[in-house]
Design a protein around this ligand. Sequence first.
Ligand code: M6P
Ligand code: ZN
Length: 193
Amino acid sequence: MKQAVINPFALALDFTSGKLEPATTHITRHLSHMRNMYIDSAAEQAVLTREDPLIYEVYQYDVPNENGQLISCTTILYPGRIGDEYYMTKGHYHEKADTGEIYLGLRGNGKLLMQVGDQFSALDMGPGTVAYVPPYWAHRTVNTGDEPFIFFAVYPADAGHNYGTIEQEGFQQIILEKQGNPVIVPSPRWKNA
Ligand code: M6P
Ligand code: ZN
């Protein structure tokens, strides 16, 4: 199939704010957009009765959804917790499962959780960390620090996001704050738990 020939371009990325300019898509994900993803439902409900906090934002520059094209985006994941669980992204598999992704940490600290089948991985990320998400692995990021965790990502434009599997099954392990430090514990919601 003949692909679109588009013009070369450059974007401006602010490492402090995470803003990508220009951006064609700006996603703002509040707690109400990720119901039942945090383990402590009572804590989630208590927060939602008071406010609907902004958990993360994504700035993205879209290109044609075709094989060979690459999407650039930044994620700004705010610091905070629902109960003991640190703010995190929804997480997803790719619809076109045989596509990978690269993350570059810009600011703050966090973890990149990945899983496929029964395999699980948690990588530490900070400024300058280049992390590789291989094809087939679901990926979620978690802010374990006290400032925004900001990272840049590049992925195939035809990859697509499959959120349904994670919404149903969650991740195998979750990241909780215990005595001021992040600990990784098995998720009580994981299907084999
Ligand atoms: C990264 C990329 C994006 C993704 C974003 C937020 O920037 O992986 O494709 O949209 O993180 O993650 P999620 O889509 O899982 O909410
Ligand atoms: Zn992805």
